[in-house]
Design a protein around this ligand. Structure first.
Ligand SMILES: NC(=O)C1=CN([C@@H]2O[C@H](COP(=O)(O)OP(=O)(O)OC[C@H]3O[C@@H](n4cnc5c(N)ncnc54)[C@H](OP(=O)(O)O)[C@@H]3O)[C@@H](O)[C@H]2O)C=CC1
Ligand SMILES: O=C(O)C1=N[C@H](C(=O)O)C[C@H](O)C1
Length: 265
Protein backbone atom coordinates (compact mmCIF):
# COMPACT_ATOMS: atom_id res chain seq x y z
CA UNK A 1 0.00 0.00 0.00
CA UNK A 2 1.40 3.39 -0.99
CA UNK A 3 0.23 5.62 1.85
CA UNK A 4 0.55 9.36 2.37
CA UNK A 5 0.07 10.97 5.78
CA UNK A 6 -1.60 14.35 6.30
CA UNK A 7 -0.51 16.42 9.30
CA UNK A 8 2.73 14.43 9.14
CA UNK A 9 4.41 16.35 11.95
CA UNK A 10 1.41 16.21 14.32
CA UNK A 11 1.02 13.81 17.27
CA UNK A 12 -0.91 11.24 15.20
CA UNK A 13 0.98 12.06 11.99
CA UNK A 14 4.31 10.99 13.49
CA UNK A 15 2.79 7.88 15.02
CA UNK A 16 1.43 6.96 11.57
CA UNK A 17 4.74 7.61 9.80
CA UNK A 18 6.44 5.27 12.28
CA UNK A 19 3.75 2.58 11.92
CA UNK A 20 3.99 2.71 8.12
CA UNK A 21 7.79 2.49 8.25
CA UNK A 22 7.48 -0.61 10.45
CA UNK A 23 4.77 -2.32 8.34
CA UNK A 24 5.88 -4.84 5.72
CA UNK A 25 2.83 -4.23 3.50
CA UNK A 26 2.98 -0.42 3.39
CA UNK A 27 5.36 2.29 2.16
CA UNK A 28 5.31 5.96 3.02
CA UNK A 29 4.44 7.56 -0.32
CA UNK A 30 3.80 11.17 0.67
CA UNK A 31 3.49 13.60 3.55
CA UNK A 32 1.44 16.77 3.93
CA UNK A 33 1.97 19.76 6.20
CA UNK A 34 0.45 23.24 6.50
CA UNK A 35 2.14 25.99 4.43
CA UNK A 36 3.80 27.74 7.38
CA UNK A 37 4.91 24.56 9.20
CA UNK A 38 8.61 24.66 10.16
CA UNK A 39 8.90 20.99 9.11
CA UNK A 40 7.90 21.77 5.51
CA UNK A 41 10.53 20.48 3.03
CA UNK A 42 12.15 18.22 5.63
CA UNK A 43 12.06 14.41 5.56
CA UNK A 44 8.83 13.06 7.10
CA UNK A 45 10.70 10.33 9.00
CA UNK A 46 13.64 12.47 10.14
CA UNK A 47 12.34 12.36 13.74
CA UNK A 48 12.94 8.58 13.68
CA UNK A 49 16.61 9.12 12.72
CA UNK A 50 15.83 6.98 9.67
CA UNK A 51 14.89 9.13 6.64
CA UNK A 52 12.13 7.84 4.33
CA UNK A 53 13.15 10.05 1.38
CA UNK A 54 9.69 11.61 1.53
CA UNK A 55 9.51 15.37 2.03
CA UNK A 56 6.67 17.11 3.86
CA UNK A 57 4.80 19.14 1.21
CA UNK A 58 1.98 21.67 1.42
CA UNK A 59 1.11 21.31 -2.27
CA UNK A 60 -1.41 18.46 -2.55
CA UNK A 61 -0.39 17.49 -6.10
CA UNK A 62 3.24 17.09 -4.96
CA UNK A 63 2.51 15.48 -1.61
CA UNK A 64 0.03 12.97 -3.05
CA UNK A 65 1.71 12.26 -6.42
CA UNK A 66 2.79 8.71 -5.52
CA UNK A 67 0.00 7.79 -3.10
CA UNK A 68 -2.97 5.43 -3.39
CA UNK A 69 -4.13 6.17 0.18
CA UNK A 70 -4.18 9.23 2.44
CA UNK A 71 -4.43 8.80 6.20
CA UNK A 72 -5.69 12.08 7.64
CA UNK A 73 -5.66 13.12 11.29
CA UNK A 74 -5.65 16.93 11.05
CA UNK A 75 -8.47 19.46 11.49
CA UNK A 76 -11.89 19.48 9.75
CA UNK A 77 -10.95 22.36 7.40
CA UNK A 78 -7.75 20.56 6.34
CA UNK A 79 -9.43 17.17 5.91
CA UNK A 80 -12.18 18.70 3.76
CA UNK A 81 -9.59 20.23 1.42
CA UNK A 82 -7.74 16.91 1.17
CA UNK A 83 -11.06 15.11 0.65
CA UNK A 84 -11.89 17.16 -2.43
CA UNK A 85 -8.51 16.34 -4.00
CA UNK A 86 -8.63 12.64 -3.08
CA UNK A 87 -12.19 12.23 -4.40
CA UNK A 88 -11.19 13.84 -7.71
CA UNK A 89 -8.07 11.67 -8.04
CA UNK A 90 -9.37 8.32 -6.72
CA UNK A 91 -7.10 8.33 -3.67
CA UNK A 92 -8.59 6.24 -0.84
CA UNK A 93 -8.85 7.89 2.56
CA UNK A 94 -8.71 6.90 6.20
CA UNK A 95 -10.09 9.87 8.16
CA UNK A 96 -9.51 10.09 11.91
CA UNK A 97 -10.07 13.83 12.30
CA UNK A 98 -12.86 14.78 14.72
CA UNK A 99 -14.96 17.92 15.20
CA UNK A 100 -16.86 18.02 11.88
CA UNK A 101 -20.16 19.87 11.60
CA UNK A 102 -23.11 18.36 9.71
CA UNK A 103 -22.00 19.94 6.41
CA UNK A 104 -18.53 18.44 6.81
CA UNK A 105 -19.98 14.99 7.50
CA UNK A 106 -22.23 15.33 4.44
CA UNK A 107 -19.20 16.24 2.29
CA UNK A 108 -17.42 13.07 3.46
CA UNK A 109 -20.52 10.97 2.66
CA UNK A 110 -20.69 12.53 -0.82
CA UNK A 111 -16.98 11.86 -1.44
CA UNK A 112 -17.63 8.20 -0.58
CA UNK A 113 -19.46 7.93 -3.92
CA UNK A 114 -16.20 8.75 -5.74
CA UNK A 115 -13.52 7.04 -3.65
CA UNK A 116 -13.31 4.56 -0.78
CA UNK A 117 -13.21 6.05 2.72
CA UNK A 118 -13.02 4.80 6.31
CA UNK A 119 -14.14 7.60 8.64
CA UNK A 120 -14.18 6.96 12.39
CA UNK A 121 -13.63 9.08 15.50
CA UNK A 122 -11.64 6.29 17.11
CA UNK A 123 -9.55 3.70 15.26
CA UNK A 124 -8.73 1.53 18.29
CA UNK A 125 -10.07 -2.01 18.41
CA UNK A 126 -10.88 -1.62 22.12
CA UNK A 127 -13.09 1.44 21.70
CA UNK A 128 -14.98 -0.14 18.83
CA UNK A 129 -15.66 -3.31 20.83
CA UNK A 130 -16.71 -1.06 23.74
CA UNK A 131 -19.36 0.42 21.42
CA UNK A 132 -20.96 -3.03 21.16
CA UNK A 133 -20.92 -3.41 24.96
CA UNK A 134 -22.62 -0.01 25.23
CA UNK A 135 -25.30 -1.06 22.77
CA UNK A 136 -26.10 -4.08 24.93
CA UNK A 137 -25.97 -2.08 28.19
CA UNK A 138 -28.13 0.72 26.76
CA UNK A 139 -30.90 -1.74 25.90
CA UNK A 140 -30.85 -3.27 29.40
CA UNK A 141 -30.62 0.08 31.22
CA UNK A 142 -33.20 1.99 29.22
CA UNK A 143 -35.38 2.79 32.28
CA UNK A 144 -34.30 3.92 35.74
CA UNK A 145 -30.65 4.55 34.90
CA UNK A 146 -29.15 8.01 34.34
CA UNK A 147 -26.57 8.04 31.56
CA UNK A 148 -23.47 10.22 31.74
CA UNK A 149 -20.46 10.13 29.40
CA UNK A 150 -17.17 11.36 30.82
CA UNK A 151 -14.07 11.80 28.67
CA UNK A 152 -10.54 12.98 29.48
CA UNK A 153 -7.85 14.09 27.03
CA UNK A 154 -4.51 15.91 26.87
CA UNK A 155 -4.24 19.69 27.20
CA UNK A 156 -3.74 20.20 23.43
CA UNK A 157 -7.07 18.75 22.29
CA UNK A 158 -9.14 21.44 20.55
CA UNK A 159 -12.62 19.86 20.28
CA UNK A 160 -15.08 18.81 23.00
CA UNK A 161 -16.76 16.51 23.64
CA UNK A 162 -14.43 14.09 21.87
CA UNK A 163 -15.62 12.43 18.68
CA UNK A 164 -15.56 9.11 20.53
CA UNK A 165 -17.80 10.43 23.34
CA UNK A 166 -20.27 11.72 20.75
CA UNK A 167 -20.27 8.35 18.99
CA UNK A 168 -20.88 6.62 22.34
CA UNK A 169 -23.85 8.95 22.88
CA UNK A 170 -25.20 8.13 19.44
CA UNK A 171 -24.80 4.38 19.92
CA UNK A 172 -26.64 4.54 23.26
CA UNK A 173 -29.40 6.83 22.01
CA UNK A 174 -29.96 4.70 18.88
CA UNK A 175 -30.07 1.50 20.94
CA UNK A 176 -32.82 3.10 23.04
CA UNK A 177 -34.75 4.33 19.98
CA UNK A 178 -33.93 7.98 20.67
CA UNK A 179 -32.00 10.74 18.89
CA UNK A 180 -28.88 12.10 20.57
CA UNK A 181 -29.69 15.66 19.43
CA UNK A 182 -32.98 15.49 21.39
CA UNK A 183 -31.45 14.30 24.68
CA UNK A 184 -27.81 15.48 24.88
CA UNK A 185 -26.79 17.86 27.67
CA UNK A 186 -23.31 19.21 26.99
CA UNK A 187 -22.88 21.62 29.93
CA UNK A 188 -24.29 22.34 33.39
CA UNK A 189 -23.75 25.47 35.45
CA UNK A 190 -25.65 27.39 38.11
CA UNK A 191 -29.18 26.40 39.18
CA UNK A 192 -29.84 23.70 36.63
CA UNK A 193 -32.87 22.11 38.27
CA UNK A 194 -33.11 18.36 38.77
CA UNK A 195 -31.66 16.05 36.19
CA UNK A 196 -33.98 15.28 33.26
CA UNK A 197 -34.18 11.46 33.39
CA UNK A 198 -34.30 11.24 29.60
CA UNK A 199 -31.04 13.14 29.13
CA UNK A 200 -27.58 11.86 28.20
CA UNK A 201 -24.99 14.10 29.88
CA UNK A 202 -21.43 14.79 28.75
CA UNK A 203 -18.41 15.97 30.72
CA UNK A 204 -15.00 16.76 29.20
CA UNK A 205 -11.76 16.93 31.18
CA UNK A 206 -8.56 18.35 29.63
CA UNK A 207 -5.12 18.01 31.16
CA UNK A 208 -1.49 16.99 30.79
CA UNK A 209 -0.72 14.14 28.44
CA UNK A 210 -3.85 11.99 28.88
CA UNK A 211 -4.06 10.02 25.62
CA UNK A 212 -7.80 9.34 25.77
CA UNK A 213 -10.12 7.99 28.48
CA UNK A 214 -13.86 7.39 28.08
CA UNK A 215 -16.32 6.24 30.73
CA UNK A 216 -20.05 5.71 30.36
CA UNK A 217 -21.88 5.74 33.67
CA UNK A 218 -25.29 4.12 34.04
CA UNK A 219 -26.42 5.37 37.47
CA UNK A 220 -29.45 3.67 38.98
CA UNK A 221 -30.91 3.38 42.48
CA UNK A 222 -28.69 1.23 44.66
CA UNK A 223 -26.13 0.53 41.95
CA UNK A 224 -24.13 2.06 39.16
CA UNK A 225 -22.38 0.51 36.21
CA UNK A 226 -19.32 2.06 34.57
CA UNK A 227 -17.94 0.99 31.21
CA UNK A 228 -14.48 2.45 30.67
CA UNK A 229 -11.88 2.43 27.92
CA UNK A 230 -8.43 3.97 28.40
CA UNK A 231 -5.82 4.44 25.69
CA UNK A 232 -2.27 4.38 27.01
CA UNK A 233 -0.59 5.00 23.62
CA UNK A 234 -1.58 6.51 20.26
CA UNK A 235 -0.07 3.43 18.61
CA UNK A 236 -3.51 1.78 18.91
CA UNK A 237 -4.99 4.46 16.60
CA UNK A 238 -2.13 4.09 14.12
CA UNK A 239 -2.46 0.30 13.94
CA UNK A 240 -6.24 0.65 13.54
CA UNK A 241 -5.68 3.10 10.69
CA UNK A 242 -3.44 0.62 8.86
CA UNK A 243 -6.08 -2.04 9.38
CA UNK A 244 -8.60 0.37 7.84
CA UNK A 245 -6.33 0.95 4.82
CA UNK A 246 -6.02 -2.83 4.32
CA UNK A 247 -9.83 -3.11 4.46
CA UNK A 248 -10.04 -0.57 1.60
CA UNK A 249 -7.68 -2.55 -0.67
CA UNK A 250 -10.47 -4.16 -2.70
CA UNK A 251 -12.87 -1.19 -2.58
CA UNK A 252 -13.03 1.61 -5.13
CA UNK A 253 -15.79 3.64 -3.45
CA UNK A 254 -18.03 3.67 -0.37
CA UNK A 255 -18.10 5.18 3.11
CA UNK A 256 -17.17 2.80 5.93
CA UNK A 257 -16.31 3.02 9.62
CA UNK A 258 -14.29 0.90 12.05
CA UNK A 259 -17.33 -1.25 12.83
CA UNK A 260 -17.19 -2.32 9.17
CA UNK A 261 -13.40 -2.79 9.26
CA UNK A 262 -13.57 -4.98 12.39
CA UNK A 263 -16.65 -6.94 11.28
CA UNK A 264 -18.66 -5.66 14.26
CA UNK A 265 -21.72 -4.42 12.41
N1 LIG B 1 -9.89 8.70 15.03
C1 LIG B 1 -8.95 8.47 15.98
O1 LIG B 1 -8.67 7.31 16.34
C2 LIG B 1 -8.21 9.63 16.55
C3 LIG B 1 -8.53 10.89 16.17
N2 LIG B 1 -7.76 11.96 16.56
C4 LIG B 1 -8.09 13.22 15.96
O2 LIG B 1 -7.08 13.54 15.00
C5 LIG B 1 -6.92 14.93 14.90
C6 LIG B 1 -5.45 15.31 15.08
O3 LIG B 1 -5.04 15.00 16.39
P1 LIG B 1 -3.50 15.21 16.84
O4 LIG B 1 -2.58 14.44 15.98
O5 LIG B 1 -3.49 14.99 18.31
O6 LIG B 1 -3.35 16.78 16.54
P2 LIG B 1 -2.03 17.62 16.21
O7 LIG B 1 -2.39 19.04 16.42
O8 LIG B 1 -0.85 17.05 16.93
O9 LIG B 1 -1.78 17.34 14.66
C7 LIG B 1 -2.59 17.89 13.66
C8 LIG B 1 -1.75 18.06 12.42
O10 LIG B 1 -2.56 18.62 11.40
C9 LIG B 1 -1.98 19.83 10.93
N3 LIG B 1 -3.03 20.79 10.58
C10 LIG B 1 -3.62 21.70 11.39
N4 LIG B 1 -4.53 22.42 10.69
C11 LIG B 1 -4.48 21.94 9.42
C12 LIG B 1 -5.16 22.29 8.24
N5 LIG B 1 -6.08 23.27 8.21
N6 LIG B 1 -4.86 21.61 7.12
C13 LIG B 1 -3.95 20.62 7.14
N7 LIG B 1 -3.25 20.25 8.23
C14 LIG B 1 -3.53 20.90 9.36
C15 LIG B 1 -1.11 20.32 12.07
O11 LIG B 1 -0.10 21.19 11.59
P3 LIG B 1 0.48 22.33 12.58
O12 LIG B 1 0.83 21.62 13.85
O13 LIG B 1 1.65 22.87 11.84
O14 LIG B 1 -0.65 23.29 12.74
C16 LIG B 1 -0.56 19.01 12.62
O15 LIG B 1 0.52 18.56 11.87
C17 LIG B 1 -7.88 15.54 15.93
O16 LIG B 1 -9.09 15.87 15.29
C18 LIG B 1 -8.11 14.39 16.90
O17 LIG B 1 -9.33 14.48 17.60
C19 LIG B 1 -6.68 11.79 17.36
C20 LIG B 1 -6.33 10.55 17.81
C21 LIG B 1 -7.08 9.37 17.46
O1 LIG C 1 -7.62 14.25 20.13
C1 LIG C 1 -7.30 13.12 20.56
O2 LIG C 1 -6.21 12.92 21.12
C2 LIG C 1 -8.25 12.02 20.38
N1 LIG C 1 -9.31 12.24 19.65
C3 LIG C 1 -10.30 11.31 19.29
C4 LIG C 1 -11.67 11.77 19.73
O3 LIG C 1 -11.95 12.97 19.67
O4 LIG C 1 -12.48 10.92 20.11
C5 LIG C 1 -9.95 9.90 19.66
C6 LIG C 1 -9.13 9.74 20.89
O5 LIG C 1 -9.96 9.83 22.00
C7 LIG C 1 -7.95 10.69 20.96
Amino acid sequence: MKIAVAGASGRMGRMLVEAIQNADDAVLAGALGVPDAPELGTDAAAFLGQPANVLIESDLAKGLAGADYLIDFTRPEGTLKHLEYCAAHGIKMVIGTTGFDEAGKAAIAAAGKKTAIVFAPNMSVGVNVTMKLLELAAKSFSHGYDIEIIEAHHRHKVDAPSGTALMMGEVIANAQGRKLDDVAVYAREGVTGERDPSSIGFAAIRGGDIVGDHTVLFAGIGERIEITHKSSSRVTYAHGSLRAARFLRDKSSGLFDMQDVLGLR
